[in-house]
Ligand binder design. Sequence first.
Ligand SMILES: [Zn+2]
Length: 556
Amino acid sequence: MLLHALLALAVSASPPARGPAFSAAEKAAASRISAAALEAHTRFLSSDLLEGRLPGTRGDELAVQYVAAQFRAYGLEPAGENGSYFQKVPMVGIDVKVPGSVTFNGPAGTKPLPLAVPKDLIVSSGNQAAEAKLDAAEVVFAGYGMVAPEYQWDDFKDADVRGKVLLVMNNDPSSDPALFAGKTRLWYGRWDYKYEQAAKKGAAGVIIIHTVPSAAYPWSVVVSSWSGGEQFELPATPGEPLLQSRMWATEDASRAIARLGGQDLDELRARAEKRDFRPVPLGVKLSLAFKNTVRTLESRNVIARLPGADPALRDQVVAFTAHHDHLGKKVGAAPGEDTIFNGALDNASGVATLLELARAASVEKPKRSLLFMTVTAEEQGLLGSEYYCKNPTVQPGRIAANINIDSINKDGKTLDLGYIGHGKSSLDAVVEAVAKAQGRTVKGDPFPDRGSFYRSDQFNFARIGVPAIYARGGPTFAGRPEGWGTQRVDEYIARHYHQPSDQVDASWSWDGAVEDAQLLLVAGLRIAADQKLPEWKPGDEFEAARKKALAEVAGK
Ligand SMILES: [Zn+2]
């Protein structure tokens, strides 16, 4: 026991020196964050009663009403539509009736290759129509499926891929630091980018090759996210190019598809690491027809405002966000199996934090206004925040910053902070100063290869130019050996992420979450009090959007 404790001490880092402390007002605000309240909100929102909070269901509505009731109790102003706390989010729900298996046909003389759904292959609709169809569409290996002029990169070259099915790699090239930010995953490395880009090229379908390193999560997450239920999208705009089918294949299945066309997947992938890559037709054909049940539905974002006190600044807001939706109930579960995706960490815990920030802030008026918003349908592709950012209640040029909370640190106090979006904007200095006052250092994204910046709602705010913070304690935990925090995160991802077992349990510690909430609150108040608006670092991918947004405000 003693030996164990000594070993832990020996390998854990010593706490960094503390910076200037919080002001009296900041200290008072921070002290209002309650661990008991965080736990209570998380437990209610992730209870079986809410049935996994799938958008458009009763559980979703219960969560929405719960959040609005808290906002009202804190005395916050309604900031949604028509004087209410709500913003309606119209969606299209697509329920796909996919066959249990799909057959790929190779050149003459080869044996057809049947792949099982969802064991080997995930098949989903892409077209918001009653039927999706591929008629002997040729499968073409298209490398990373990227077009990136700033890196002189174009996987398509002059290849005509109209009507074809593209077999593409996930992520973006990682070996060269000068290309696609090295190991850091950019928007180009995201599955949603792959589908969007292929549709622009006129492709009829896309199969993304799943590997754990390139996706940053196991196949079971792809299965639970994409199969056995309805998929949601914002209604397509007229003329928007759409795919017939969006697919994922396991690495083994992708190997088999390549082999059917007489190709070696490893050899194809090696070629795709270079700029001179050209799409490779595999001589493999895919026919597929399935029915989609398409319906329109509605969910809601919940929005409240704490008005600012400064006449010159109160038209501007600092926007806090957390998504309240999750995955609902498991379809086709075995008898006796737990069917409810409780989403305790993801993201009942983030909503709980947002509510505590709102309560703690509501006692005193900040200079700028604060906007507190829970958004719907994050799990279906960040739809609630996308809808908000396309239909903002505050002009984007008046949104000083977005502070997004998606899953808390449930493992205790930390010596550092993983800040996703670190290095992108002037918000770095704010987060660093607040962390320092807490005796913590800022580490940046602990998993830059996972593309986390593009995987939660802050991405939609960044797209309309709003600098964003998405931060949480870790990976170094007080009194724990090095690597322990990363191990805990990996364990959660492997066992509980997007599974019915994402539930509050006795191993959760709330003191780290309190410290993180205090950091976000004080950071928010400092941003709200600063005469200057936060800005992107020169050359950042979102700088142009900010300039446009600020010009729109100035012009009005
Ligand atoms: Zn999630």
